[in-house]
Structure formats: structure tokens, C-alpha cells
Design a protein around this ligand. Sequence first.
Ligand SMILES: C[S@@+](CC[C@H](N)C(=O)[O-])C[C@H]1O[C@@H](n2cnc3c(N)ncnc32)[C@H](O)[C@@H]1O
Length: 235
Amino acid sequence: MRMRFKPWARPELEESFFYIDNPQDYKNKWKTAFENEAPIYLELGCGKGSFIAKLSHQNPNINYIAIDLVDVMLGMAKRNVEVEYGIRTTTDKEEIEDEVEKGKQVKNLKLVRYDIARVKDIIGLEDKIDRIYINFCNPWPRGKHHKRRLTYDKNLINYKSFLSDDGKIFFKTDNDELFDESLKYFEKAQYKIEKKTYDLASEEKFWDGEDNLKTEHEKMFEADGIKIKALIASK
Ligand SMILES: C[S@@+](CC[C@H](N)C(=O)[O-])C[C@H]1O[C@@H](n2cnc3c(N)ncnc32)[C@H](O)[C@@H]1O
């Protein structure tokens, strides 16, 4: 689904307290971006961000990095986060600084625009990422495009370069073929599949006892009666 251009997205992101425009500068130093030592979780391909907005708001003691490639998506994610946290949408520097001083800004989430294929350039082992979320990534059905899948074995191996020793990947998708092939990719990349399901809705507290927060795509697929497939893999 192609998103319509949103002229406000880039200017808003550039002024935002929780958007990082120079992620390369933070490799192995993400704790300095959050100014604390809390664990860091990563979402790859956050889209319009309603998942990360809810997750980060519910868990103030975890820091989150959410990556997408597209300004429009990140702009919409920014606004969804602001709604969730009850923050006014503005590009006025003084208003933003005022909110930061009052402790009202989003402190535990950073939005980042970057190509996940090159994610090793911006996150390193020192960042000790404890969890990666991959939600409804593009299935890339044609064989010659499989390597673009966010769960392709070479990409999974790349993620190991910053996943902590106890780190896990939480993956969900609507797509049967992508799911079955991803199981093989995880095996090839030498992850351990901790658990898996072909019908997430039938599982209670599948995510290590945590609630399932639905993404935009998940709501669409569920409305069409498509079962959601999910797995947890450990490093
Ligand atoms: C199908 S959407 C899913 C969005 C969201 N996770 C959801 O479940 O609603 C996939 C998202 O991944 C992003 N994406 C795809 N390939 C990417 C890449 N190589 N780097 C960064 N983002 C990417 C797209 O821009 C899009 O927002």
C-alpha cells in the first residue's frame, strides 16, 4: 500500500525531541541517547507506529528504538506516539523545550529513518539490544527478492552483531510462506525457536507472558479472517 506524501512529516521529524537524524553517531552509544542504563528493545519496520507508541508508553523503564525507511511512516508514527503520550504536536522549538523542561517529552523512545539492510552501521554489540520486534514485514514473494526479507538468514545473522546474549526476536506475520521459510532462516542463522504458533489469537500471553499489542497491519489481516503466525527466537 503506497502512502500519500505528507509535506509535514520531514519538518516535524527534524524538530522532534524523539527523532534521531544522525543514527550513525550513536553506534555502541545508544545509552547516551536515552541518558540512562535501561534495557534497549528495537522494532524493525515500525510503519505508522501504533504498536511502538503503546508498547513504549506502557513500559517507561525500557528504552525503544523504532526504525523505518519512509518519512511518511515515521511522521505518522511520531504523531501516534504524541497522541499516546498526550503531547502536543508542534514544530515550535520553544514549546518543545518547555515540554522537555517540564519532563513531558517522550524519553524512552527514539524514531530512526534508516535502511534495515544496513542496520549494523548504526547499532553495535555495546548497545546490547535485548529484544527485536519484527511485525508484518514485507513478504517479498519473488525468489530473487527473498534476501530483502527482514527475517532472511543473512539479516538474522547481522542482528546477532548487536543482540545481547539473552536477546530474543519476537516475530509475527500474516503470511504462511514467509513464516515457514523464516523458520528455516532462523535455523540456518542458528537461533533457537523458543515457541511458535499458527494462530496467535488462540494463545494466551504468547509473548513471554506479555499482552499482544496489535499493529496496523495485524488489525487489517484479522478483520479479513487471516490467522496470525508468530514465533519467539533466542540468540
Ligand atoms: C508491511 S509494513 C508493516 C508495518 C508495521 N510493522 C505493521 O505491522 O503495521 C512494513 C514496514 O517496514 C518498512 N520497511 C521495509 N523494508 C525496510 C527497510 N529495509 N528498512 C527500513 N524499513 C523498512 C516499510 O517502510 C513499512 O513501514
